[in-house]
Design a protein around this ligand. Sequence first.
Ligand code: ZN
Length: 410
Amino acid sequence: MDSEDEKTISVRDSKKTALRNKLLTTFYQEGTKSIPDLSDSLQLSIPTITRFLEELAHAGYIIEEGEGFSSGGRRPVLYGLNPNAKFVISVDIGRFIIRIALVNLRNQFIAPVRIINEGLSSQSDILQLIKQESEDLIKQSGISNDKILGAGISLPGLIDIKTGISYSYFTAVGKPLHELFKEIFPFPVFVEHDTKAMALAELSFGLAKGKQNVLCLVLGAGVGLSMIMAGKLYKGNSGFAGEFGHIPVADNGQLCYCGKVGCLETVASGVTLIQNARNGIASGASSKITDLTNNNPEKISLDIIIKAAALGDQYAIALLSRTGESLGKGIATLLHLFNPEMIILGGELSKAGNHITDPIKQTLNQHAIARILRDTELVTTELGENATLMGTVALVINNFFTKGADFPKL
Ligand SMILES: [Zn+2]
């Protein structure tokens, strides 16, 4: 065979791989489909689609899923990913909490999410904790390691995309994060910054799907931001883009944990909100928070403050309102800079609903240019508290479906 023939075959093979990957990605992001649907959306003939589906079914990735609707004539057979063909382990590492999930190819959690009440701020060996809990979760689910596509890991802080090194956590080790995590997992490891993982989930199957310019805010312990620009996740030159929580906005002179003074997080983060609640109650503020925590200030959490507000507690509502106003001022800056079509609010604080979105909207009305504001939708994530976990699952599965040229037979 001369080299021209080899070239023709390799072009043909790469086209086949691309098509196979496209089909699997479509099933992953959009669920079940019929052959005519796929033929329409991928602009390919029915015999071509049929042939590829047969091949993927034979390899164990695709199964029949009943029948779809028909506008007349025979109802078309629906196909979908075989949920149990492969699994992903997803680890969301926060400053105070670690969440671990085992998810199948249909994004279904096959066991309750494991929660470890330790995090990057604790003194424990969290790598060992993650290793033990993950092994236990996999073992209890009765899944063998060869069925696991990989581990998707998310964490906050500054992660250099060129080297994979974190400048915020595990700094003493000096190793790229994926190498560090490879030591505790016997399968491929993918690491992403936590707010970027959430944006990836929104882009793959959330409210940002099909949209071009979207900002995702994660309102939790801190204030995270990730940007989808021209339909893609924007990471900046080194991967540090989106440190919104550390823009200087407050004249309060308060020291932020990042080492600077007056950051947005010193007035608008979950940690600050909890601290404000503790201070206020210690100074005699009357609130349902006191009852909900059995008069133990240590037990005050975002969840408790949100619960109190939902019960109509004026003090909790005022605390959330103040946080929302500070956030609103920051978001007004983002609107002016990026002119997004949508801003998605996620993270634990977004569960406060109107108690947080109303003050944000009011502040935006005050501080944002009306013409820009009119073009932007402010919404709350529909992916719930698992958005970040789902993002790293998407990272692992997309990587497998786009780069996995040779699909192992199951
Ligand atoms: Zn800061």
